[in-house]
Write a protein that binds this ligand. Structure first.
Ligand SMILES: [Zn+2]
Length: 257
């Protein structure tokens, strides 16, 4: 594992390496992409294979989605840092979206992974639905498949109705947490924040555990123990608690640059 140690100084503040970020970067960069749809096509009829070919999400879709997710992720990341600056009383500081370095790489890796994951999951679900239609209606021809899958309020529309919301929510809360983790990994020495995982309501056991740990002694401590969000459409994020700081201190903070 390579560790990027950036001990340069910004306005005299020693910038610490960010162990959480390094871990996450590896996780996002090397994480397996779910969805082995090729396997599902093995026993398909020629018609079913053709229907899947015309319907599935290919590399061009993935690249375009990756770009869109990346832009949205950077914006969310920047806004989150701006919110943290606001909480600290640093009205004079403007957060910037990372334009280089490990933070940018992490955002890029995450967006590419998410896009590949969205495309592959769709291709798997499309294959499953084609198989279901085939079992239902063994005589189905290409038009029957096309109608059931893509016409009007067919399967495809219902799929994206739920999925788009889930993806947007998951990617957004992932970036909120990434920005908070990075902000306090770099500024924690000065700010010494404690932390709470919010919202307090939690359904799954991992989230209940994160909330049960409130109040946490530091922001880092939560991120060392949990990969947040732990599941799709999870609303949880780490809320840092520290006092307001002086204008001079505000100028020393790392704010995304
Ligand atoms: Zn949760």
């Amino acid at each position: 594992m390579t560790t990027v140690v950036r001990t340069g100084s910004i306005f005299g503040l020693r910038v610490r390496p960010t162990p959480w970020l390094e871990q996450t970067r590896q996780r996002w960069g090397e994480r397996a992409i779910p969805g082995d749809w090729q396997k599902l096509l093995k026993d398909f009829s020629p018609v079913q294979k053709l229907v899947h070919l015309t319907g599935r999400r290919a590399a061009d879709y993935e690249a375009e989605l990756g770009k869109r997710l990346f832009d949205e992720a950077r914006a969310t990341y920047r806004e989150t840092i701006q919110d943290e600056l606001g909480k600290l009383g640093c009205a004079g500081r403007t957060a910037v979206a990372p334009a280089a370095g490990p933070e940018l790489s992490a955002i890029k890796d995450r967006s590419n992974w998410a896009a590949a994951s969205v495309a592959n999951t769709y291709n798997v679900e499309l294959a499953k639905e084609i198989a279901r239609i085939g079992e239902d209606t063994p005589t189905a021809n290409r038009n029957v498949y096309a109608y059931r899958l893509f016409h009007g309020t067919g399967w495809d529309e219902a799929y994206w109705r739920d999925k788009s919301t889930e993806v947007a929510q998951t990617e957004s809360i992932t970036m909120v947490n990434a920005a908070i983790a990075d902000f306090y990994a770099r500024n924690g020495d000065m700010l010494q924040p404690t932390a709470s995982v919010l919202p307090l309501a939690a359904v799954c056991s991992i989230c209940q555990e994160m909330v049960a740990g409130n109040p946490w002694r530091s922001v880092d401590e939560v991120f060392r123990q949990f990969d947040i969000p732990p599941h799709p459409a999870c609303p949880h994020y780490v809320y840092a608690i520290s006092g307001r700081i002086s204008n001079e201190e505000c100028m020393l903070l790392w704010a995304g640059e």
